[in-house]
Write a protein that binds this ligand. Structure first.
Ligand SMILES: Cc1ncc(COP(=O)(O)O)c(C=O)c1O
Length: 347
């Protein structure tokens, strides 16, 4: 996060993960409906209901949170005690690892490998689980690769967790970037599933900080009580705007879709032409995770930024120093020129 906030800026910024900002003026809302304070001690009921309806579940399974960041923190903190084992995918979104370490969990890893299309292999997960395992954590779509894990595999992971008395935390913040046949949340797959998500990445309204956790009612209540420590009450204007965003969710999602799709087409052409990078292609998602065949990406990315005013995320933040992550869905002209500059830097 520190790198992203202080070092990632460039004229051609491919170090992104979410889509372009949705302009406030295009959100159909009557400003007279905004209010500063409201009745929202443990969640604003209309927002709880909007999130519940979006997922086809009951509102008492929904916990409001400040983005997926706080959602992941609350979920892991409510589930784990210091010393509990948590099994986290590799490569992983760094802050998920950091939360586990901050909570003094005993962190174990299972690999997702490029040769296997970055898929989750339940046979890799099974031997890592012990009676002390409390939680298995995955992202779906996977950050950094955007690979989708099908329900059949998620079910197997759920079975593995259940056999050890553990839960599965699925961070689904990128899942709605699967524009056709969008999978239902894995929360429906069984009571061992806990899900985090938000409107931050695919809907262009990150500033609303509208995030949530889906959990069984008892656990959801524990998370709400824990959140009393962090945000005694939520930001009510943000809740009202989030309710408005939910009313027009298709408008928000469809606005970014053509940009994501145009960028992906450019990315495909770029990867076909490049002999010094390789990547697993996906049909969806806002990120891609190419490997630099020549080796460590750090020096390359530094040169890319200083000489070509173009940035991408170093793979070292995903414990894969030969890779880098590129983001789609912000601005196709910028993306095209960013790719063009990466090609020149590679040459
Ligand atoms: C997998 C994953 N989870 C959570 C987050 C944080 O998202 P939010 O902005 O909703 O807090 C990110 C941001 O990059 C992410 O990639």
């Amino acid at each position: 996060m520190y790198w992203s906030k202080t070092q990632s800026r460039a004229r051609f910024n491919l170090a992104t993960s979410g889509v372009a900002s949705f302009p406030f003026r295009e959100l159909p809302i009557d400003l007279k409906e905004l209010e500063i304070n409201g009745d929202d001690s443990y969640g604003y009921p209309p927002l709880q209901q909007a999130i519940a309806t979006h997922h086809g579940i009951e509102p008492d399974c929904v916990v409001e949170s400040a983005g997926t960041s706080m959602a992941n923190h609350l979920a892991m903190a409510a589930i784990m005690e210091p010393g509990d084992e948590v099994l986290i995918e590799h490569p992983a979104y760094g802050p998920i690892l950091d939360i586990a370490q901050y909570l003094q969990a005993n962190v174990k890893r299972f690999g997702r490998v490029e040769e296997n299309g970055w898929a989750i292999d339940p046979d890799e997960v099974r031997p890592c689980v012990t009676p002390k395992t409390r939680l298995i954590v995955i992202t779906n779509l996977h950050n950094p690769t955007s690979v989708l894990t099908p329900d059949s595999v998620l079910r197997e992971i759920g079975d593995i967790a259940r056999s050890a008395g553990a839960l599965v935390l699925v961070d689904e913040v990128y899942l709605d970037a699967v524009y056709d046949d969008t999978p239902r949340t894995s929360f429906h797959l069984g009571p061992e599933f806990v899900v985090t998500s938000s409107l931050t990445k695919i809907y262009g309204v990150s500033g609303l900080r509208c995030g949530w956790i889906l959990a069984q009612p008892d656990l959801a209540w524990k998370m709400r009580r824990l959140n009393d420590l962090y945000s005694a009450t939520p930001v009510h204007p943000g809740e009202l705007l989030a309710v408005a965003a939910f009313k027009h969710l298709d408008l928000l999602r469809e606005r970014a879709r053509p940009i994501v799709e145009a960028d992906r087409k450019l990315l495909r052409d770029f990867l076909e032409q490049q002999s010094s990078v390789s990547a697993v292609s996906t049909e969806w998602g806002t990120t891609s995770f190419p490997r630099l065949l020549l080796g460590n990406a750090d020096a390359f990315l530094e040169r890319l930024r200083s000489q070509f005013d173009t940035s991408a995320v170093p793979g070292r933040f995903f414990e894969m120093p030969n890779h880098f992550r590129m983001g789609m869905g912000v601005n196709t002209e910028m993306f095209a020129e960013g790719l063009n500059r990466i090609s020149r830097a590679l040459r």
